[in-house]
Design a protein around this ligand. Structure first.
Ligand code: CMX
Length: 136
């Protein structure tokens, strides 16, 4: 698949309000966007570290993916997102190689990216997101 870089790391937190000050006041990063993604039942906060972002994820519904993750595993790293070119062809390639796809075709994610998830049961326990910037 040859990802170009790690686009972001998704970190599940109980509260953006409580977590953001750690990233700003201790790590010295700047929260440059807070965005609700209703389809994913999350509210997100973004920070940049070089070319990579940190995406904090607060659940807006206990039955959503992050709500269930927090209930089962608690706060922590929720997913890794790789930037790729030609997202649909990379999804087809993953399926050909036996990886279970959560999304067979790309959909819209935060920040206007086209995204698709690979199932953590196929990726050694790490929920994996592939992202493509449609404006690149
Ligand atoms: N990382 C690793 N494993 C995970 C996981 C994660 N983030 N989320 C769930 N799992 C594991 C669970 O621990 C569970 O494992 P066991 O069967 O061993 O107990 C298994 O997957 C099933 O978990 P579940 O709680 O029953 O949840 P579902 O099967 O309903 O859904 C998943 C799991 C990954 C398919 C679903 O969370 C999903 O579709 N995720 C993709 C979308 C998403 O995560 N959106 C939020 C972020 C959006 C954004 O970045 O904007």
């Amino acid at each position: 698949m040859k990802p170009t870089h790690i686009e972001h790391l998704g970190i599940a937190v109980k509260s953006l309000e409580l977590a953001i000050p750690y990233y700003e006041k201790v790590l010295g990063l700047t929260c440059y966007a807070v965005e609700e993604v209703p389809e994913q039942k999350v509210k997100t906060a973004f920070f940049k570290v070089g070319q990579t972002k940190i995406e904090l994820l607060e659940s807006t519904d206990p039955e959503g993916p992050v709500g269930k993750f927090l209930e089962k595993k608690g706060e922590g790293v929720h997913h890794i997102a790789f930037a790729v070119d030609g997202l649909q062809s990379k999804l087809d390639l993953a399926a050909e190689r036996g990886v279970a796809l959560i999304d067979k075709t790309p959909r819209k994610g935060a920040e206007g990216l086209n995204i698709a998830f690979l199932h953590p049961k196929s990726t050694f326990g790490v929920l994996t997101e592939l992202c493509e910037d449609p404006n690149k």
